[in-house]
Design a binder for this molecule. Structure first.
Ligand code: F6P
Length: 324
């Protein structure tokens, strides 16, 4: 291996830059030329490459976003697009590719690896933590801390006005952010796609808490929750069925994806970046690096894409007990 290319793709997350830095430095350490690809798979198709060195990634470990930019490439979903990408791989003498992102990124990487036999390794980065084969994705820990901080602030105004707040957090398909921040920020109820509690239970729970003397409440709702069509519909339902409540909605949105990564995410990104380069050097590919019981292990990309992450059921019980 003389040249390794890498790209960031899909939704960004804090720690993506730390992962780029780790890959670049691990390449430099092993006398390999690190080649950054701009704008994810789109840049692979257009040949938007930059040769880097250890100094190219100075001062980015603490920065949110991605210096390589990211994209969700439609063209890479076509065979013609991928063929163009492969021609650029050949033209630039790239020996291996590291794809940094989530599910969609790995799907693209796996197809590419199977089609053109380019060795591919995935590094899981998404705030959603919904990738099989790793207990933590890069960016998740930072997002949890960001969300808890924001909910604490909303709680101040909720309690001043005796209000009920529905707070929507990210997580298109998974409730990891909602469940953990809900417990961490002391939410009354947590609504996640993995456990449909039903509207009646929500109403009953709110009634009960009012009866026990609670004057304000926080309900954390995962974006992918299916109880209501949207968080606004949940509010309307409560307005109708619990007229005594003064309810408001707050959708946290993309602020959850920004900011300086936590120490945990920086260390995780550094470990995963090094392991990704090590794996290519050991001729291991078509794999994703992941954190399992404290160790950085490899999982076949195919499994990482198809496998489901499980919600921690114990946390559901804890949440129930805490909201008594
Ligand atoms: O995949 C991460 C994620 O933040 C999801 O939780 C969210 O649904 C989605 O990305 C938003 O994507 P976009 O930035 O394209 O609106």
């Amino acid at each position: 291996m003389k040249k390794i290319a890498f790209l960031t793709s899909g939704g960004d997350a804090p720690g993506m830059n730390a992962a780029i830095r780790a890959v670049v430095r691990a390449c430099a350490y092993n006398n390999i030329i690190p080649v950054g690809v701009y704008r994810g798979f789109d840049g692979l198709i257009s040949g938007d490459f930059i040769e880097m060195n250890a100094r190219s990634v100075k001062g980015i470990i603490n920065k949110g976003g991605t210096i390589l930019k990211t994209a969700r490439s439609e063209e890479f979903k076509t065979k013609t697009g991928r063929k163009k990408a492969y021609q650029n791989i050949l033209k630039n003498n790239i020996d291996g590719l590291i794809v940094i992102g989530g599910d969609g990124t790995f799907t693209g990487g796996l197809i590419f690896c199977n089609e053109f036999k380019v060795p591919v390794i995935g590094i899981p980065v998404t705030i959603d933590n919904d990738i099989y084969g790793t207990s933590h994705t890069i960016g998740y820990d930072t997002a949890l801390n960001t969300v808890v901080e924001v909910i604490d602030k909303i709680r101040d105004t909720a309690s001043s006005h005796n209000r009920l707040f529905f707070i929507e957090v990210m997580g298109r398909d998974a409730g990891h952010i909602a469940l953990n921040t809900g417990i961490g920020a002391g939410a009354e109820e947590i609504l996640i796609p993995e456990a449909n509690l039903g509207l009646d239970r929500l109403v009953e729970s709110l009634k009960r808490s009012k009866a026990t003397g609670k004057s304000s409440s926080i309900v954390v709702v995962a974006e992918g929750d299916t109880i209501g069509k949207s968080v606004f519909e949940l509010k309307d339902y409560v307005d109708k069925h619990l007229p005594g409540y003064d309810a408001r909605v707050s959708v946290l949105g993309h602020l959850q994806r920004g900011g300086s990564p936590s120490c945990f995410d920086r260390v995780l990104a550094s470990r995963m970046g090094v392991k990704a380069v090590d794996s290519l050097l050991e001729n291991k590919y078509n794999l994703m690096v992941g954190l399992k019981a404290g160790l950085i292990e490899l999982t076949p990309l195919e499994k990482a894409i198809k496998g489901n992450t499980e919600i921690n059921k114990e946390l559901l019980r804890i949440s129930d007990i805490m909201s008594i």
